[in-house]
Design a protein around this ligand. Structure first.
Ligand SMILES: [Zn+2]
Length: 413
């Protein structure tokens, strides 16, 4: 089942280096975890691919060297919005405010590459006098292509060479770079080419924080559609080598994301600031993650099996990337029958791989069939979900998938 080894020596797509340290493999995993299906049979028969992760010893990029871009086709069946969560809405609102303040973003031109349903771009352009341009092949077909009285335009398309557009002051790209198999040309040709010349032009990038994934042993955050995995250090190094100066970097959303702002600079030395240099600690973390991967997966597989044996009903709350990834790694026997999500666009659809149908929280009622255990894949939502369950009169034990799993438990009242 393993994909054939490439006949040419593999190199790092960020720095071109050949010193690659293999970390682990996951074979035949669903290619697009957020692509939902109308019925169980097609969900189970979804396209699959292999993950063969390696760490570049030169620049720290972690990359899936078995990634085949031709398998990945984003469409508007790709549902990746987290906005059903109040916490995520709050985060996105605060991020928009920060970006507006950091860049004095008023009466400027903004482009978002990978704008999803457009809500973040709209927020940047509301009451600021900014004009916006959004690109995303998964921009929902039911939404208009022009919004905010014509000041924001959306294109249901990839952004890239050949796209005619006015140059802009700020290019925002959130949760996109990690999907791009060739990150160098994406940064140095595509995004940089979108910027108007000027001292204040900048890109604002947000990607998952791989340091947190490794530290928390979050196996489910390694997915086929993410072909590259960045830390602040490795992303800053890539940006510097592509001719950018990193002007701002932070870990956000309970350290789950990193945000870096960078400005094109002819004088970029390719060096990064000492305080975000993390190459040696990253190597340690990556090796520890790889060494513990199989044991941690076995722990969860056995835990789900023992709940099933005891007749405990287990529901999973959250059918985002991590939730579906968890099911496909740890629950291939399908002992979890109920998958809950607050996003109404997902209800009644089937998730790829294991094929369960997603239901809304309103389908959870006290009495026969109520869950004994609710697994919360993303620990950041534990309080929000626990409160929701209690308000529905449900006393299920709420558990998360954090690294210290045996103690990661909220007991019922
Ligand atoms: Zn490299």
């Amino acid at each position: 089942m393993s994909s054939p080894q490439s006949s040419t020596p593999e190199t790092c797509s960020a720095c071109g280096g050949g010193s690659l340290e293999p970390l682990f493999e996951t074979l035949q995993t669903p290619v697009l975890l957020c692509e939902l299906w109308p019925d169980e049979a097609s969900a189970v028969a979804c396209p699959r691919g292999d993950i063969r992760l390696a760490l570049c010893g030169t620049c720290g990029l972690i990359e899936n060297h078995a990634f085949r871009p031709e398998l990945v086709h984003y469409s508007d069946a790709y549902e990746n919005s987290l906005e059903g969560s109040a916490l995520f809405k709050e985060y996105q609102e605060a991020l928009a405010q920060d970006v507006i303040e950091r860049h004095g973003l008023r009466h400027k031109r903004v482009m978002e590459v990978g704008c999803g349903n457009g809500s973040f771009l709209l927020r940047l352009c509301e009451e600021t006098g900014n004009t916006g341009l959004g690109f995303d092949p998964s921009y929902p077909s039911e939404l208009p292509s022009t919004r905010l009285d014509g000041s924001v335009q959306f294109h249901r398309a990839y952004f890239g060479p050949g796209q005619e557009h006015p140059r802009v002051d700020i290019v925002v790209s959130r949760q996109v770079l990690e999907h791009i198999p060739e990150p160098r040309p994406f940064l140095s040709d595509v995004l940089k080419a979108g910027l108007a010349p000027g001292a204040h032009s900048a890109v604002v990038l947000e990607v998952p924080n791989t340091e947190a994934t490794l530290r928390n042993l979050a196996l489910w955050e390694v997915t086929y559609e993410h072909c590259t995995y960045f830390t602040r250090g490795s992303l800053a190094r890539l940006l510097a080598s592509c001719g950018f100066d990193v002007i701002h970097s932070e870990q956000t959303y309970a350290d789950q994301f990193i945000t870096l702002d960078a400005r094109p600079s002819a004088a970029s030395t390719g060096e990064i600031r000492a305080e975000i240099e993390d190459l040696e600690s990253l190597k340690e973390l990556a090796r520890s993650f790889a060494a513990n991967y199989a044991d941690h997966l076995l722990y969860w597989t056995q835990r789900l099996q023992s709940w099933a044996t005891e007749g405990q009903r287990v529901a999973l709350w959250g059918s985002g990337t991590r939730g579906i990834s968890f099911l496909n790694l740890a629950d291939t026997d399908r002992s979890i029958s109920t998958v809950i999500d607050v996003n109404p666009r997902k209800h009644g659809k089937h998730l790829p791989g294991t094929g369960q149908m997603i239901v809304g929280p309103d389908s959870l009622k006290p009495g026969e069939g109520e869950p004994d255990v609710v697994l919360v894949v993303n620990p950041i939502y534990r309080e929000e979900i626990t409160r929701d369950l209690r308000e529905r009169g449900l006393s299920a034990s709420v558990q998360t998938l954090e690294a210290d799993t045996p103690t990661g438990t909220t007991q019922a009242r």
